[in-house]
Design a protein around this ligand. Structure first.
Ligand code: ADP
Ligand code: MG
Length: 461
């Protein structure tokens, strides 16, 4: 493993040498906006949280901040920009291409920018804290953790902090960006927001470092509001009210302890569709370690884009404890249910089948079911690769715009599962809170997958 890393590092050094070094990157196209971005760029406090609203200009601020660092320190500047997941990182890479074109070359294989003046910036993701160990022995002069609030604990970030060092004596900088309302709200608030008034640097003696919190609001990003005047309204309808407050006002005291999917938004007249375009089911076969998580769940949906009501209904659900080998025996029942629903709801395209996560026991089930001629499909890997919180955030706009309702049979259904008799669909979906990693989530997963399937723009394969 170590040998492999060494040879990758060697290849990487060779790529840098081939790139050639030019003295300056002065003709920069990017400028900070007045306000928080300007403050960040001018500050040499070693550890800063740049925090606030969604769309507050955080990603631009750190990409631009590194540009300034690169310009100042040239070949001594060694940067690392991190996001939690690969799809999130892709967003940052896309924007970096717009900002760095002409002053740096991007090496796709290494996910690394080589600046004309010798500075280097690596773009990475870190979804497991343990992966931070792979960075031991590296030296960085600049680390930016974009959306640090997606890390529920700071352990991985703290390990990376240890790689901040410069043999050439240039200042080493750590920059975090975050919105309140994420899984990391509490540790970020305690570390950066409460110790000192916003904008006032303070010395954290336990960590032996000077820190600063720079708040930024959506109103500080005039460029975005000018280019996209509907932005604030869209944010308002894209999440629970407490989270919208956190997103727009940058309120670090808003409660991340509140339920994420408010039940009231699921309620309508609750009469099942009289006719619809199609019905489908989403199945979560997650067999995780430990007996606590061995539930297999299925949620049935009906979709009708042309009606006067919300286009999506949850029409039925089920959950049971079942071992991997017996999953296939459950399939005929699920398809009979789909056929019944298609008939009752006069589905024009009938049943379009069952969607299953192509992971672990799901992959085996997909293979077995296909072999036996069942109409099953794999859920897009882009969606299954996301964490639970991210997936919830991804579809919360559909929930809060009232695009999905629960029909009476699914609302009234109560079953006994693992000794508890209740509506498990409602208790899982409407009881879910951000950062709740260990709770039963099989029906919740079916719900978020199901929304992404017919309301999202994701391609299902
Ligand atoms: N200094 C800037 N110069 C030009 N455009 C900017 C600048 N700051 C922000 N923007 C624009 O605003 C958009 C949203 O900002 P972004 O940094 O992505 O916000 P956040 O990361 O806080 O959600 C950017 O994609 C970019 O188009
Ligand atoms: Mg961003």
């Amino acid at each position: 493993m170590l040998a492999l890393r060494k040879s990758v590092d060697r290849l990487y050094e060779l790529a840098i040498m081939r790139c050639g070094v030019d003295a300056s990157i002065t003709e920069l196209k990017w400028k900070p906006q007045p306000g928080p971005q300007q403050t960040l760029i001018e500050s040499n406090v070693p550890d800063i949280l740049f925090g606030g609203a969604r769309g507050g200009g955080k990603t631009d601020a750190v990409l631009g901040d590194f540009l300034m660092h690169a310009e100042r320190y040239g070949k001594y500047a060694r940067g690392l920009i991190l996001r939690r997941t690969m799809p999130q990182l892709d967003e940052v890479i896309r924007r970096s291409h717009e900002m760095y074109a002409g002053v740096a070359e991007y090496r796709y294989g290494y996910k690394t920018w080589l600046f004309r003046n010798g500075a280097i910036l690596r773009m990475r993701w870190l979804d497991r804290d343990a992966d931070a160990d792979n960075y031991q022995g590296h030296s960085n002069t600049y680390i930016a953790i974009d959306e640090a609030g997606t890390w529920p604990i700071p352990d991985g970030i703290d390990k990376l902090r240890a790689t901040l060092r410069s043999a050439d004596g240039i200042p080493c900088l750590l920059r975090l960006t975050a919105n309140p309302g994420g899984a990391g709200q509490i540790w970020l608030r305690e570390r950066y927001v409460t110790p000192s008034p916003a904008g006032m640097p303070f010395y954290d003696s336990a960590a032996s470092v000077e820190r600063l919190f720079i708040p930024s609001g959506v109103n500080d990003n005039k460029i975005l509001l000018r280019n996209d005047p509907g932005y604030i309204d869209r944010i308002r309808s894209s999440g629970p009210p407490w989270l919208v407050r956190a997103w727009l006002d940058g309120d670090w005291n808003s409660s991340s302890g509140e339920a994420f999917f408010d039940e009231r938004y699921l309620l309508g007249d609750q009469v099942p569709f009289e006719r619809c375009a199609y019905v489908y089911a989403v199945m979560d076969t997650a067999i995780k370690s430990g007996a606590k998580h061995d539930g297999t769940a299925v949620v049935y949906f009906a979709y009708e884009p042309y009606g006067k009501d919300s286009p999506l209904q949850v029409v039925d659900w089920d959950i049971r404890t079942i071992d991997g080998a017996s999953l296939i025996d459950w399939m005929p029942t699920i398809f009979q249910n789909l056929e019944r629903l298609a008939k009752e709801m006069k589905a024009r395209h009938g049943s379009v089948g069952v969607w299953i996560e192509d992971k672990a026991s799901g992959s085996i089930l997909l293979q077995q079911a296909r072999k036996r001629g069942f109409d099953v499909s794999a859920i897009d890997a882009k969606i299954t690769a996301m964490g639970k919180d991210e997936r919830a955030l991804n579809v919360s706009g559909y929930h809060y715009q009232g695009l999905v309702k629960i029909a009476r049979p699914a609302y009234d259904k109560v079953i006994t599962y693992k000794g508890q008799t209740r509506n498990h669909f409602l208790s899982q979906v409407c009881g879910f809170k951000l950062g709740m990693e260990n709770a039963a989530d099989d029906l919740l997963d079916c719900y978020t997958y199901g929304l992404a399937a017919s309301l999202g723009d994701s391609k299902w394969n």
